[in-house]
Design a protein around this ligand. Structure first.
Ligand SMILES: Cc1cc2nc3c(=O)[nH]c(=O)nc-3n(C[C@H](O)[C@H](O)[C@H](O)COP(=O)(O)OP(=O)(O)OC[C@H]3O[C@@H](n4cnc5c(N)ncnc54)[C@H](O)[C@@H]3O)c2cc1C
Length: 413
């Protein structure tokens, strides 16, 4: 697919449908992946879109995220960003599970972790932002405070900005969605802890890795080092550990570092070097491996999109789902000229099973990365070895793509 063909499709979409939603004002909370992807599609239909993001600027950072299978490919193409994503992909190669002395136990094919095309989350977010910033209003450093709905719209107050009124509100504000809490109540009820935590941060590439990764597991813990972008100086560390639900302040980075240092204190392989770098980093990502399960994705004029509605966590292809579902939500709204009652019901019907299927694939991400016992570690490695054999490579590819492809996208143009 060439750059020109991407552009041609979006132009066709645009010329056919530009004014369908011209009367509609939409507020989207969250400017990571789901929010700007929806903004891109809605703005093609002429909608008046505002995106409010809590962070003071577009958030960089995050590990690499991947796309795999037919539905992801189609959504990228119809959003018109497929070529740009390919141009900025990581080109990750094979990855190895290693012993404590660094020797490889198993080599994994690139597609195992990296899908058909892999890109840094921050790069993807930037592509979407650049595509929309001239036709969508972005408000950084603010957040929705209250939502009050009546028959004709939603009155919104903000933490900082003046109150405003919108036709619709979309919560695309991630796993810990504030919009979800405001609309559906207590977030603890919707967030299902899967028994693991994950941390990630950059550090010097002291192993000289080149577009490859090393994963080391001890019972209940995993440490990994990777180099994604061929920058010889920079590597990424990932730490995963099993734990019951922890009570910690999500904004207290020093406490999170201390917690990680304690959990990984006596771990072998390169862990002491990783912990030294952890102390120095100012870009720590730390979160529970958790999933969002809500009974409904919408209530009145408010609807949830991406991780806010069906966060799947690691291995659940949350970024691919966010792109697919943004395409569907915008399309369903355009089909019925913005009638949210019809469009939200159709959106839920279209994406519900698909999103649940992706969540299901992620349920074992923690135990797979950090198996609970030495016996489980060995069993996991045997499975890895079998799946990475040439004979089973095709079966494996089909397995990983099954959930990601379990939706047939309508052509809304
Ligand atoms: C900084 C960062 C790093 C990440 N790293 C990884 C990673 O390494 N690997 C991985 O698989 N996934 C990662 N993710 C999650 C990944 O982006 C999502 O799983 C997926 O892309 C779906 O995206 P989303 O837009 O639905 O949610 P998210 O990507 O979680 O984005 C939610 C956005 O909403 C914003 N937000 C939160 N609360 C509010 C509020 N009250 N008001 C306004 N805005 C708010 C957040 O700042 C964020 O920009 C990361 C997300 C972020 C924000």
């Amino acid at each position: 697919m060439t750059k020109q063909s991407d552009t041609t499709h979006s132009d066709t979409t645009q010329s056919d449908t530009t004014q369908r939603l011209a009367h509609l004002s939409v507020l989207i909370s969250g400017a990571s992946v789901a929010g700007p992807a929806l903004a891109l599609q809605l703005s093609k239909y002429g909608a008046n879109v505002t995106v409010v993001e809590k962070a003071p600027a577009l958030r960089k950072g995050g590990f690499a995220v991947d796309f795999r299978g037919r539905a992801h490919r189609t959504a990228l193409q119809r959003l018109g960003i497929r070529d740009e994503v390919h141009a900025r992909q990581t080109h990750m190669g094979r990855q190895s599970v290693v012993d404590a002395d660094g020797s490889a136990r198993v080599d994994l094919p690139a597609a195992f972790m990296s899908g058909d095309v892999e890109i840094f989350r921050g790069d993807l977010s930037e592509i979407l932002y650049e595509r929309t910033k001239d036709r969508v209003e972005y408000v950084f450093g603010d957040s929705i405070a209250t939502l009050t709905e009546d028959a004709d719209g939603v009155d919104v107050t903000f933490g900082r900005g003046a109150p405003r009124r919108f036709d619709l509100v979309v919560g695309a504000d991630g796993l810990h969605s504030h919009t979800r809490r405001l609309t559906f109540g207590d977030k603890g009820h919707h967030l299902r802890h899967l028994g693991y935590y994950v941390a990630g941060f950059d550090l010097p590439n002291h192993l000289g890795l080149d577009r490859t990764a090393r994963l080391y597991s001890e019972p209940g813990r995993m440490a990994a080092l990777s180099n994604y972008d061929g920058d010889p100086e920079r590597a990424g560390a990932m730490l995963v550990f099993a734990s019951e639900r922890l009570d910690y302040d999500r904004h207290d980075i020093a406490a999170q570092k201390k917690l990680l240092a304690e959990r990984f204190a006596d771990m072998g392989w390169e862990t002491p070097t990783i912990l030294a770098a952890l102390e120095a980093t100012d870009g720590l990502y730390f979160d529970a491996i958790a999933q969002v399960h809500v009974e409904r994705l919408s209530k009145g004029r408010v609807v949830l999109l991406g991780d806010a509605g069906y966060g799947a966590t690691m291995g659940g292809m949350g970024t691919g789902s966010a792109i697919v579902c943004a395409y569907v939500l915008a399309g369903e709204l355009a089909l019925v000229g913005g009638d949210h009652r019809v469009a939200f019901a159709a959106y839920e019907a279209e994406v519900g099973d698909f999103a649940k299927g992706c969540q299901k694939t992620a349920e074992n991400a923690g135990p797979f990365l950090a198996p609970p016992t030495e016996k489980h570690v060995r069993r996991r490695d045997r499975a890895y070895r079998m799946l990475s054999s040439r004979l089973l490579a095709g079966v494996f590819k089909r397995l990983t793509e099954k959930a990601a492809s379990a939706i047939t996208l309508k052509d809304y143009s």
